[in-house]
Every structure is written in C-alpha cells, then in structure tokens.
Design a protein around this ligand. Structure first.
Ligand SMILES: Cc1cc2nc3c(=O)[nH]c(=O)nc-3n(C[C@H](O)[C@H](O)[C@H](O)COP(=O)(O)OP(=O)(O)OC[C@H]3O[C@@H](n4cnc5c(N)ncnc54)[C@H](O)[C@@H]3O)c2cc1C
Length: 244
C-alpha cells in the first residue's frame, strides 16, 4: 500500500445550492506507520480474532481480506474506523438523516443563535410520481422557473417575519417556528464505517430523495482515499454506480 501521508485527502464537497459536507476527523492509530490507512485499521481488527500479524507481507492479502469481510457481513472490523463530518443541509434533509440512530449528532441550536437567511432552492421542479407515492417522477412541471421564484418569495417572507418577531422581543426558540423546511442548518455527525456504509446504501438507493442522495455520494467521495479497499468492497456489493 502507498505512503498515506503523501496522499491528498479530499476535505470538503459542496452539495445542492448552499450545502456541504466536510471531513472533520477520522480514526488515527497511536503509532503511525508510513503505510497506515483506514483499510489497515479494518484488517488488523479482523486479524486479532485469529491472533495473526496485523499486516501480511503480501499486501494484496489486505485488500482480499477487506473484500471478504464486507462481502460476508463481518461488520465489526469496519466499526473500528470512525469519522466525524460537518454537514450543512436543509432541514428536510437533516430530518431524514437523523432517523439513522447509529450516528452521534451535534446541531446548531436555533434557540441559542439566529439562523442565517439560507434556503434550499431547487434547480427545477418535477411532478409527483404516479408509480411510487414517495417520489418525484422524471416529468418536469410547467412554468418551473416561475414556481421556483414564488417558493423563493415565500422563503424571504418567512425570514422577514422571523427577524421581525425577534426584533419585537419574541424569543428565538419561538420565532424560528415560522421558518420553512427548506432552511439550512448545520451539524457535526459522527459514525463508524459499518453504519456509514448502511447510510450511503439506503440514501443513494433509487427510492431515496435525490436531495439526500447527493450527500451520500459526497460522503463516499470523502472517505474513498482513506479506506480505498473498503470503499471498493462496498461499491462491488451494492453494484451501483456513484458519480465522481
Ligand atoms: C427511501 C426511504 C424512505 C423512508 N421512508 C420513511 C417513512 O416514510 N417514514 C419513516 O418514519 N421513516 C422512513 N424511512 C426511514 C427508515 O425507516 C429508517 O428509519 C432509516 O432509514 C434509518 O435506517 P436504519 O434503522 O437502518 O439506520 P440506523 O438507525 O443508523 O441503524 C443502523 C442499523 O443498526 C441496527 N439498529 C439500530 N437501532 C436499532 C434498534 N433500536 N433495534 C434494532 N436494531 C437497531 C439495525 O440493524 C439498523 O439497520 C425511510 C428511509 C428510506 C431510505
């Protein structure tokens, strides 16, 4: 495997009109060897079970082992790698995200601070799917641009009321209740690799909402240089193509 320290790690990926995912931190060993990477963290946890050396002299065996473990649902070695991300996303995306109980979250509190005027704006509008009750179809709505402009007017008017209420002395915790689901919020979110893969799998599925799927793809791109064999094993198992 390569010298990890020489590898450029992606740090931040922008998504939607004003969102992003930033890699904040990830598991590091106490004794850092030049060839350390996240895949080594996985294989050495796995090799404890049969009391073998951490890393085989034949490095290709590490990749094979990672693949075997993922393919056969030996999940706990993947829990040895833990990541923290900073995420900026609209409230309707965070609401879906927070259903994933295996993550730890710390979100900006709109009781403590005023939220900025930051709203999700769709690029275009699609009709409701007739075949799947939870999804959009591929058919565009007529006069999309005008409707998006109207959604924007609604956002701005909600924000103006939010500010006005606070200026008149209403507490932040109540004033915020007039803000729409399109309002952006920000959180730190921590998860192990096993549950991160579960999240990406569910949220990049064709039935998932595209506005959360783009975050799933961004997460995959942020970790692919840290544990490349694990990401390759995940992609092979899900047999899905993920945009670069
Ligand atoms: C396309 C899509 C549509 C959805 N629609 C809806 C909807 O209409 N309404 C709605 O309410 N939700 C909906 N969800 C949310 C969904 O039901 C799950 O709550 C969410 O995806 C989190 O999945 P999870 O439980 O696997 O993740 P996590 O909570 O991160 O859990 C990961 C894994 O850990 C284990 N685990 C975690 N907690 C427990 C526990 N308490 N007991 C046993 N095992 C546990 C399970 O194996 C689980 O798969 C939807 C999700 C998707 C992807």
């Amino acid at each position: 495997m390569r010298d990890f320290k020489q590898k450029e790690i992606k740090m931040k990926i922008e998504v939607l009109n004003a969102g992003f995912v930033r890699l904040v931190s990830y598991t590091q060993p106490v004794h850092h060897t030049p060839d350390w990477d996240g895949d080594l963290e996985i294989v050495r946890n796995a090799r404890v079970s049969y009391d073998a050396d951490w890393r085989d002299a034949d490095k290709s065996k590490d990749k094979k082992l990672v693949n075997y473990l993922y393919e056969n649902n030996h999940s706990s070695p993947f829990e040895a790698m833990v990541f923290t991300f900073e995420v900026k996303a609209p409230l309707f995306v965070l609401r879906q995200w927070h259903r994933h109980r295996t993550w730890s979250y710390n979100e900006v509190s709109a009781r403590y601070t005023e939220l900025p005027e930051d709203f999700f704006i769709p690029r275009t509008l699609f009709q409701q799917s007739s075949g799947n009750k939870q999804m959009s179809s591929d058919a565009r709505v007529q006069f999309s641009e005008e409707l998006i402009a109207a959604m924007n007017v609604q956002n701005k008017s909600a924000f103006a009321l939010y500010k006005d209420l606070m200026e008149r002395g209403v507490s932040r915790e109540i004033a915020r209740t007039v803000l729409p689901l399109s309002t952006y919020s920000r959180m730190f979110a921590t998860v192990d690799l096993n549950n991160l893969f579960k999240f990406i799998d569910l949220r990049t599925h064709s039935h998932a909402q595209p506005e959360i799927a783009v975050y799933g793809v961004a997460l995959l791109r942020l970790i692919e240089d840290i544990c490349p064999a694990a990401v390759a094993a995940f992609q092979a198992k899900t047999a899905r193509s993920y945009p670069a």
